[in-house]
Write a protein of this length. Structure first.
Length: 279
């Protein structure tokens, strides 16, 4: 939080917990009972309500504004805007990036996605268990934004830098299939089809050993498509495949090329744009 443009450090653990809970619901009232439950981890003392009032008073003093934290409807709320709270600014940038993507401004979308991702300096609400649900929501959103950003940047042809970032994120989140599909596509676009196919084989082995399941349709379809492209190239030496992934992407009206790829059945893939699958 900021006070008169300066960052405010809140050192006391209970104050930090209170501030985190309020900020996780910024500009919305948090019921007193919910605050008490969060502050004392479901085991409040008899003096909890009085204690909460004291913590709110001290936090108001630390923030330097009595009206920064308001009370009404049996709950407290903290006033904040996106210039003060990274989570709000991140959400705003993501909304703007997705709007740019929908209207076809891929470079603008990429820039906005990257600006939002650059706000992250570590896990959200680290070491504050009272806001674990919000922390998980923000982490899931961050991963979705990385995936959206990679989609855009693959369409812009920025595959070399994307490969390194995808490899790093997959090491941290090995069961996210969309990341693995994007890595396969990026490797294929970089004329590293053997490595692309190995991603699928490694994924199949990992999922079988760790989860007892097979990879989903997205990965299976992409693996099959790459193999068919390779077979077509072998059957027609010296000639390019009937359609490259980049050509396919360029013809697609839907910016989410991975989803579009899965609209086609095995017999009507990018090499045979006969129409969407019905099954």
């Amino acid at each position: 939080m900021l006070r008169a443009g300066e960052r405010v450090e809140v050192a006391a653990s209970m104050w930090c917990r209170l501030l985190a809970v309020l900020l996780s619901e910024a500009n919305r009232p948090v019921p007193v009972d919910s605050l008490i439950d969060a502050l004392w981890s479901g085991k409040p003392p008899r003096s909890a309500r009085k204690g909460l009032q004291v913590y709110v008073h001290r936090l108001r003093h630390t923030l330097g504004s009595a009206d920064r934290i308001g009370y009404g409807g049996n709950g407290y709320s903290i006033r904040a805007d996106k210039s003060e709270l990274d989570a709000m600014r991140f959400t705003d940038l993501v909304e703007r990036a997705r709007a740019a993507q929908r209207r076809g401004d891929l470079a603008g979308a990429s820039g906005l996605y990257r600006t939002g991702l650059d706000l992250w300096r570590g896990p959200a609400y680290a070491d504050i268990p009272s806001v674990v649900t919000e922390a998980h929501r923000l982490e899931e959103l961050r991963l979705q934004v990385w995936e959206d950003c990679f989609d855009v940047e693959l369409m812009l042809g920025r595959r070399d830098g994307v490969i390194a970032e995808l490899t790093m994120l997959i090491a941290e989140h090995p069961f996210r299939e969309r990341l693995r599909a994007q890595l396969m596509a990026a490797l294929y676009q970089s004329e590293r089809q053997a490595e692309a196919l190995k991603v699928f084989q490694d994924t199949r082995t990992l999922f079988a050993e760790e989860l007892g399941i097979a990879p989903g349709a997205r990965l299976h379809t992409l693996d099959l498509w790459i193999r068919r492209q390779a077979a077509s190239a072998r059957a027609r030496p010296g000639l390019p495949p009937p359609s490259s992934l980049l050509d396919f992407m360029g013809r697609a009206e839907d910016l989410d090329w991975l989803s579009l790829l899965l609209r086609y059945s095995d017999g009507a893939g990018p090499a045979n744009m006969g129409g969407p699958a019905t099954g």
